[in-house]
Design a protein. Structure first.
Length: 316
């Protein structure tokens, strides 16, 4: 992979043809070329186009991938803006979101992610990306082999009470329903083990730590163990300390272990962070930018920022 080409920048022509209709038409016509470029670079950044609202973002995205998906089962706090478009995250601005693949802790995940910037941060707020193939290659060999062989078990205890204070999201917020039977159906569809408790819902799911891309066949780092581990410096722990959520306790929150139920040593998680850090690429947003990611090839995150920042996301 060429370090200078992630994300690969595609800029509007000098005349821009000025309209969203022209951009939608171009995106539909060039779907095969966009897909082929994504297989090489994992990330494309379209710049200089007139995308200035959630509806405009939605209309461009469906020209590329008509079937969008809901954000059901995800652990990041987001606001729904309609038409399966969401804010990228509501995690406080002073917290860095580490590199990850979207919904890698579920049995099904989007293969395409779309981000759009409506307003860039005054300072910071860069999105960092990394090629999962490069992360896999850079990983300490022994650590890599353990994740490859064992996989990861993701455990969470979602609190009861939509909007009530507590660590993380409630099960109602996570599954976007007040109906326990609907939650049970979703867990069944996702092959997720679950148990209702006096405080909410416990879930367990074993997933691979490394995936082979279905088209290229290449090994891709694909897990969020370092973001879920209860004893590591995770986003969730930082969020609790920031006062945005009540601190987690032994009965609530999340954890990750190896797929054979053995604990993941902190040293292994530190090695994961080191490989990700060596592989990350930063770019600063401009208003109207559209970022497209192959969710298996490309990991993504967010740097802390100052001022207002409005970035949207859609998944397909």
């Amino acid at each position: 992979m060429n370090d200078e080409k992630m994300p690969l920048l595609i800029e509007a022509g000098g005349d821009r043809e000025g309209t969203l209709a022209a951009l939608r038409s171009w995106a539909t016509e060039h779907r095969p070329q966009l897909d082929q470029q994504l297989l090489q670079t994992g990330a494309l950044l379209l710049r200089g186009f007139p995308i200035a609202s959630p509806k405009a973002f939605h209309d461009v995205v469906v020209a590329i991938r008509p079937e969008l998906r809901d954000y059901v089962g995800g652990d990041s706090p987001r606001k729904a803006l309609g038409d399966r478009v969401y804010t990228s995250t509501e995690i406080p601005r002073d917290i860095e979101i580490g590199l990850h693949n979207e919904l890698s802790y579920m049995r099904s995940w989007p293969d395409r992610l779309f981000f759009c910037c409506l307003e860039a941060a005054k300072r910071g707020g860069e999105t960092h990306v990394a090629d999962g193939r490069e992360v896999f290659t850079r990983m300490d060999a022994a650590v890599r082999d353990r994740f490859l062989e064992k996989g990861v078990i993701y455990q969470q205890h979602l609190r009861d009470g939509d909007g009530a204070p507590g660590p993380g999201k409630s099960w109602q917020e996570t599954f976007n329903t007040m109906d326990p039977e609907a939650v049970e159906r979703i867990c069944g569809e996702q092959d997720t083990a679950f148990r209702w408790t006096g405080r909410g819902l416990r879930t367990w799911l074993r997933n691979p730590g490394v995936l082979d891309h279905p088209i290229t066949g290449e090994h891709c780092w694909f897990n969020q163990a370092d973001l879920w581990h209860a004893s590591f410096d995770t986003v969730k722990a930082q969020e609790a300390r920031s006062g945005a959520r009540a601190p987690a306790d032994e009965d609530l929150g999340c954890h990750a272990c190896y797929g054979d139920e053995s604990e993941i040593p902190i040293e292994d998680l530190t090695a994961v962070r080191a490989a990700c850090k060596k592989s990350e690429r930063l770019f600063s947003w401009q208003a109207g930018d559209l970022l497209i990611l192959d969710n298996m090839l490309a990991m993504h995150g967010r740097k802390p920022f100052e001022g207002d920042r409005r970035v949207l996301v859609a998944m397909a």
